[in-house]
Write a protein that binds this ligand. Structure first.
Ligand code: IPE
Ligand code: IPE
Ligand code: MG
Length: 232
Protein backbone atom coordinates (compact mmCIF):
# COMPACT_ATOMS: atom_id res chain seq x y z
CA UNK A 1 0.00 0.00 0.00
CA UNK A 2 1.53 3.26 -1.08
CA UNK A 3 0.95 6.45 0.80
CA UNK A 4 -0.54 5.26 4.07
CA UNK A 5 -1.98 8.26 5.86
CA UNK A 6 -1.75 8.12 9.60
CA UNK A 7 -4.64 9.94 11.27
CA UNK A 8 -3.59 12.33 14.00
CA UNK A 9 -6.61 11.36 16.09
CA UNK A 10 -8.51 8.05 15.95
CA UNK A 11 -11.73 7.48 17.91
CA UNK A 12 -13.16 4.00 18.43
CA UNK A 13 -16.56 2.72 19.53
CA UNK A 14 -15.45 -0.65 20.89
CA UNK A 15 -18.68 -2.59 20.37
CA UNK A 16 -19.67 -6.26 20.33
CA UNK A 17 -18.06 -7.53 23.54
CA UNK A 18 -21.32 -9.05 24.75
CA UNK A 19 -22.13 -10.75 21.44
CA UNK A 20 -18.59 -12.12 21.18
CA UNK A 21 -18.93 -13.75 24.62
CA UNK A 22 -22.47 -15.05 24.07
CA UNK A 23 -21.42 -16.65 20.76
CA UNK A 24 -18.91 -18.64 22.80
CA UNK A 25 -21.34 -19.53 25.56
CA UNK A 26 -19.52 -17.27 28.01
CA UNK A 27 -20.87 -14.53 30.29
CA UNK A 28 -20.83 -11.03 28.74
CA UNK A 29 -18.19 -9.83 31.15
CA UNK A 30 -15.68 -12.22 29.54
CA UNK A 31 -16.13 -10.25 26.33
CA UNK A 32 -15.36 -7.04 28.20
CA UNK A 33 -12.28 -8.67 29.69
CA UNK A 34 -10.99 -9.83 26.30
CA UNK A 35 -11.89 -6.39 24.95
CA UNK A 36 -9.62 -4.71 27.49
CA UNK A 37 -6.68 -6.84 26.28
CA UNK A 38 -7.42 -5.86 22.69
CA UNK A 39 -7.55 -2.18 23.67
CA UNK A 40 -4.08 -2.47 25.19
CA UNK A 41 -2.67 -3.95 22.00
CA UNK A 42 -4.29 -1.30 19.83
CA UNK A 43 -2.94 1.46 22.06
CA UNK A 44 0.64 0.18 21.66
CA UNK A 45 0.24 -0.28 17.92
CA UNK A 46 -1.14 3.25 17.48
CA UNK A 47 1.70 4.69 19.55
CA UNK A 48 4.22 2.95 17.27
CA UNK A 49 2.45 4.24 14.16
CA UNK A 50 2.70 7.80 15.42
CA UNK A 51 -0.99 8.38 16.11
CA UNK A 52 -1.10 11.32 18.53
CA UNK A 53 -4.53 10.83 20.05
CA UNK A 54 -6.67 7.73 20.51
CA UNK A 55 -10.12 8.11 22.04
CA UNK A 56 -11.83 4.92 23.26
CA UNK A 57 -15.51 4.76 24.17
CA UNK A 58 -15.65 2.59 27.29
CA UNK A 59 -18.98 3.47 28.93
CA UNK A 60 -21.77 5.70 27.68
CA UNK A 61 -24.27 7.81 29.63
CA UNK A 62 -26.86 5.31 28.36
CA UNK A 63 -24.96 2.22 29.54
CA UNK A 64 -26.35 2.76 33.06
CA UNK A 65 -29.51 1.19 31.64
CA UNK A 66 -27.79 -2.21 31.62
CA UNK A 67 -28.35 -4.81 34.33
CA UNK A 68 -26.78 -3.66 37.55
CA UNK A 69 -24.51 -6.66 37.72
CA UNK A 70 -22.96 -5.94 34.33
CA UNK A 71 -22.42 -2.29 35.23
CA UNK A 72 -20.73 -3.23 38.50
CA UNK A 73 -18.51 -5.83 36.87
CA UNK A 74 -17.57 -3.38 34.13
CA UNK A 75 -16.47 -0.75 36.61
CA UNK A 76 -14.56 -3.35 38.65
CA UNK A 77 -12.79 -4.44 35.48
CA UNK A 78 -11.92 -0.85 34.63
CA UNK A 79 -10.57 -0.11 38.10
CA UNK A 80 -8.47 -3.28 38.23
CA UNK A 81 -7.20 -2.72 34.74
CA UNK A 82 -6.13 0.86 35.37
CA UNK A 83 -4.51 -0.03 38.70
CA UNK A 84 -2.56 -2.98 37.28
CA UNK A 85 -1.47 -1.32 34.07
CA UNK A 86 -0.24 1.98 35.46
CA UNK A 87 3.48 1.22 35.30
CA UNK A 88 3.22 -0.32 31.88
CA UNK A 89 1.30 2.63 30.51
CA UNK A 90 4.01 4.98 31.76
CA UNK A 91 6.73 2.74 30.30
CA UNK A 92 4.98 2.70 26.93
CA UNK A 93 4.72 6.48 26.89
CA UNK A 94 0.96 6.65 27.21
CA UNK A 95 -0.60 9.80 28.59
CA UNK A 96 -4.11 9.10 29.91
CA UNK A 97 -6.99 11.53 29.80
CA UNK A 98 -10.61 10.90 30.70
CA UNK A 99 -13.73 12.46 29.27
CA UNK A 100 -17.29 12.19 30.52
CA UNK A 101 -19.18 12.92 33.70
CA UNK A 102 -17.38 12.49 36.96
CA UNK A 103 -20.32 12.91 39.30
CA UNK A 104 -21.92 9.48 38.98
CA UNK A 105 -18.93 7.15 39.08
CA UNK A 106 -17.48 5.81 42.34
CA UNK A 107 -15.10 7.90 44.40
CA UNK A 108 -12.34 5.27 44.09
CA UNK A 109 -12.43 5.35 40.32
CA UNK A 110 -12.60 9.13 40.24
CA UNK A 111 -9.50 9.41 42.45
CA UNK A 112 -7.70 6.80 40.38
CA UNK A 113 -8.51 8.69 37.19
CA UNK A 114 -7.20 11.96 38.58
CA UNK A 115 -4.03 10.28 39.81
CA UNK A 116 -3.42 8.59 36.48
CA UNK A 117 -3.94 11.82 34.53
CA UNK A 118 -1.33 13.44 36.70
CA UNK A 119 1.19 10.58 36.76
CA UNK A 120 1.12 9.83 33.04
CA UNK A 121 1.51 13.43 31.94
CA UNK A 122 5.29 13.40 31.34
CA UNK A 123 7.37 11.97 28.49
CA UNK A 124 4.53 10.54 26.45
CA UNK A 125 4.25 9.37 22.84
CA UNK A 126 0.48 9.09 22.61
CA UNK A 127 -2.51 10.52 24.44
CA UNK A 128 -5.20 7.95 25.13
CA UNK A 129 -8.55 9.44 26.01
CA UNK A 130 -10.94 7.07 27.78
CA UNK A 131 -14.60 8.03 27.53
CA UNK A 132 -16.32 6.89 30.72
CA UNK A 133 -19.90 7.91 31.54
CA UNK A 134 -19.59 9.94 28.37
CA UNK A 135 -22.42 11.18 26.17
CA UNK A 136 -22.09 13.68 23.34
CA UNK A 137 -25.26 15.52 24.35
CA UNK A 138 -24.19 15.65 27.97
CA UNK A 139 -20.79 17.03 26.89
CA UNK A 140 -22.48 19.85 24.94
CA UNK A 141 -24.89 20.66 27.76
CA UNK A 142 -22.06 20.84 30.31
CA UNK A 143 -20.16 23.16 27.96
CA UNK A 144 -23.22 25.41 27.64
CA UNK A 145 -23.50 25.52 31.43
CA UNK A 146 -19.82 26.53 31.68
CA UNK A 147 -20.34 29.28 29.12
CA UNK A 148 -23.32 30.63 31.04
CA UNK A 149 -21.49 30.33 34.35
CA UNK A 150 -18.50 32.26 32.97
CA UNK A 151 -20.87 34.82 31.42
CA UNK A 152 -19.02 34.31 28.18
CA UNK A 153 -19.79 37.15 25.85
CA UNK A 154 -18.60 36.11 22.45
CA UNK A 155 -19.21 32.48 21.78
CA UNK A 156 -17.94 31.12 18.51
CA UNK A 157 -17.05 27.61 17.36
CA UNK A 158 -13.48 27.84 18.65
CA UNK A 159 -14.23 29.24 22.08
CA UNK A 160 -17.16 26.88 22.52
CA UNK A 161 -15.30 23.74 21.51
CA UNK A 162 -12.64 24.51 24.09
CA UNK A 163 -15.30 24.13 26.76
CA UNK A 164 -16.08 20.61 25.61
CA UNK A 165 -14.40 17.61 27.20
CA UNK A 166 -11.83 17.20 24.42
CA UNK A 167 -10.87 20.85 24.86
CA UNK A 168 -7.78 21.68 22.80
CA UNK A 169 -7.50 18.17 21.37
CA UNK A 170 -8.09 18.21 17.59
CA UNK A 171 -11.23 16.54 16.22
CA UNK A 172 -10.90 12.86 15.34
CA UNK A 173 -9.84 12.24 11.73
CA UNK A 174 -11.13 8.68 11.74
CA UNK A 175 -13.89 7.03 13.79
CA UNK A 176 -14.07 3.24 13.83
CA UNK A 177 -17.06 1.27 15.10
CA UNK A 178 -16.84 -2.50 15.42
CA UNK A 179 -19.54 -5.20 15.49
CA UNK A 180 -21.63 -4.05 12.53
CA UNK A 181 -23.76 -1.33 14.09
CA UNK A 182 -23.82 1.82 11.97
CA UNK A 183 -24.63 4.52 14.44
CA UNK A 184 -22.91 7.09 16.64
CA UNK A 185 -24.70 6.10 19.90
CA UNK A 186 -24.17 9.56 21.43
CA UNK A 187 -20.37 9.48 21.07
CA UNK A 188 -18.51 12.75 20.28
CA UNK A 189 -21.42 14.54 18.57
CA UNK A 190 -19.74 17.92 18.15
CA UNK A 191 -16.24 16.65 17.40
CA UNK A 192 -17.25 14.09 14.76
CA UNK A 193 -18.71 16.75 12.45
CA UNK A 194 -16.13 16.07 9.69
CA UNK A 195 -14.64 12.78 10.83
CA UNK A 196 -14.29 9.91 8.36
CA UNK A 197 -16.41 6.96 9.54
CA UNK A 198 -15.36 3.33 9.24
CA UNK A 199 -17.53 0.37 10.19
CA UNK A 200 -16.49 -3.26 10.47
CA UNK A 201 -18.47 -6.41 11.26
CA UNK A 202 -15.70 -7.73 13.51
CA UNK A 203 -16.57 -7.71 17.24
CA UNK A 204 -14.16 -5.72 19.40
CA UNK A 205 -12.59 -8.76 21.16
CA UNK A 206 -11.62 -10.08 17.69
CA UNK A 207 -10.27 -6.73 16.47
CA UNK A 208 -6.60 -6.99 15.51
CA UNK A 209 -3.80 -4.75 14.31
CA UNK A 210 -4.48 -6.18 10.80
CA UNK A 211 -8.07 -4.95 11.07
CA UNK A 212 -6.79 -1.55 12.12
CA UNK A 213 -4.46 -1.50 9.10
CA UNK A 214 -7.46 -2.23 6.87
CA UNK A 215 -9.23 0.77 8.36
CA UNK A 216 -6.15 2.94 7.81
CA UNK A 217 -5.81 1.82 4.19
CA UNK A 218 -9.45 2.70 3.62
CA UNK A 219 -8.98 6.04 5.36
CA UNK A 220 -5.94 6.78 3.18
CA UNK A 221 -8.11 6.56 0.05
CA UNK A 222 -10.73 8.99 1.29
CA UNK A 223 -10.87 12.48 -0.14
CA UNK A 224 -11.52 14.84 2.71
CA UNK A 225 -13.20 17.90 1.26
CA UNK A 226 -14.54 19.83 4.25
CA UNK A 227 -17.16 21.37 2.01
CA UNK A 228 -14.73 22.51 -0.67
CA UNK A 229 -14.37 21.56 -4.32
CA UNK A 230 -11.17 19.62 -4.86
CA UNK A 231 -9.04 20.36 -7.94
CA UNK A 232 -10.63 18.64 -10.92
C1 IPE B 1 -19.25 -2.73 24.01
O1 IPE B 1 -19.74 -4.03 23.90
C2 IPE B 1 -18.78 -2.40 25.41
C3 IPE B 1 -19.66 -1.51 26.16
C4 IPE B 1 -20.71 -0.90 25.70
C5 IPE B 1 -19.33 -1.29 27.55
P1 IPE B 1 -21.26 -4.37 24.23
O2 IPE B 1 -21.35 -4.75 25.66
O3 IPE B 1 -22.14 -3.27 23.81
O4 IPE B 1 -21.48 -5.64 23.34
P2 IPE B 1 -22.83 -5.99 22.53
O5 IPE B 1 -23.11 -4.82 21.64
O6 IPE B 1 -23.89 -6.22 23.54
O7 IPE B 1 -22.47 -7.21 21.76
C1 IPE C 1 -21.75 2.30 22.55
O1 IPE C 1 -22.11 0.95 22.48
C2 IPE C 1 -21.06 2.59 23.84
C3 IPE C 1 -19.75 1.96 24.04
C4 IPE C 1 -19.09 1.23 23.18
C5 IPE C 1 -19.15 2.22 25.31
P1 IPE C 1 -23.56 0.42 22.89
O2 IPE C 1 -23.52 -1.03 22.67
O3 IPE C 1 -23.90 0.91 24.24
O4 IPE C 1 -24.48 1.17 21.83
P2 IPE C 1 -25.96 0.80 21.34
O5 IPE C 1 -26.81 0.62 22.55
O6 IPE C 1 -25.85 -0.45 20.53
O7 IPE C 1 -26.36 1.96 20.48
MG1 MG D 1 -23.12 -2.86 22.08
Amino acid sequence: MEDLKIPRHIAIIMDGNGRWARQRGMPRIMGHYKGSEVAEEIVKFCANLGVEYLTLFAFSTENWRRPREEVELLFDLLKNYLTQKKEELIREGVRLRFIGRRDRIGKDLKNLMEKLEEETSKDYRITVILAIDYGGRDDIIRAVRKAVHQRMESIDEDTFSRLLDLGEIPDPDLMIRTAGERRISNFLLWNLAYTELYFTEVCWPDFTTEELMRALEDFSKRKRKFGRVLDE
